[in-house]
Design a protein around this ligand. Structure first.
Ligand SMILES: CC(C)(COP(=O)(O)OP(=O)(O)OC[C@H]1O[C@@H](n2cnc3c(N)ncnc32)[C@H](O)[C@@H]1OP(=O)(O)O)[C@@H](O)C(=O)NCCC(=O)NCCS
Length: 175
């Protein structure tokens, strides 16, 4: 059975922190500190989900393969952090996480989703474009260390939109 055959989504908890930090370091040049992740587990406006293989019985995750953090604020969703383990990319897990977040936002009334993405990050831009996000602005030099521009992407989400996202998810399981 491959890692992605039996996946479970769950709210992040402090027990996941070690896995999340490893994944964060593997995915980002400026990784967040442990305290930032713990804070996101506490904020009432934070949506913090983890994805991992389900145990055969029960609902605990054995390890974290991907995670997603967003803020839900009064008709706005801001995507802060979305990461998939490098070895498991290209199998639809990013889509599963994004769909989960967009559905949750729609179920709370929807509104506008926005995010910043590096100009060079074509994989993430492709993921967001696939859900209908549009590039609406450029923030020049937003990522200061590399002086890289951020592309601001947005998506309007209606409260009735949850079913639309269903069609976007195809998980490609391994052999
Ligand atoms: C961006 C990221 C989350 C995508 O996760 P993933 O599980 O590999 O994505 P999926 O397999 O669900 O792919 C969904 C779509 O994303 C796009 N995509 C994914 N990888 C891509 C790549 N290497 N090049 C171009 N487009 C890509 C494609 O449009 C793809 O749809 P397709 O398979 O029909 O072509 C992952 O690459 C990642 O963790 N990157 C590092 C962290 C990061 O940059 N996060 C985003 C911050 S804004």
């Amino acid at each position: 059975m491959s890692d992605v055959d039996q996946m479970l989504l769950a709210d992040a908890s402090p027990a996941d922190l070690g896995d999340i930090l490893c994944l964060e370091k593997a995915c980002f040049r400026d990784p967040w500190a442990a305290s930032s992740f713990l804070a996101e587990m506490e904020h009432p406006w934070s949506f913090f989900r983890v994805l991992g293989p389900a145990r055969v019985q029960g609902s605990e995750l054995t390890k974290i393969l991907a995670f997603h953090i967003a803020w839900f604020l009064d008709g706005e969703m801001h995507i802060l952090n979305l990461a998939v383990k490098p070895a498991l990319r290209g199998q639809g897990l990013g889509r599963v996480l994004l769909k989960d977040g967009l559905e949750a936002f729609a179920s709370r009334g929807g509104g506008t989703v926005h995010l910043e993405v590096r100009r060079s990050n074509l994989a993430a831009q492709g993921l967001y474009h696939g859900f209908g996000f549009k590039a609406v602005a450029i923030r020049e030099g937003y990522y200061r260390r590399e002086k890289e521009d951020a592309i601001i992407m947005m998506l309007p989400v209606a409260s009735s939109a949850a079913e639309e996202f269903e069609a976007k998810v195809i998980v490609r399981t391994g052999s």
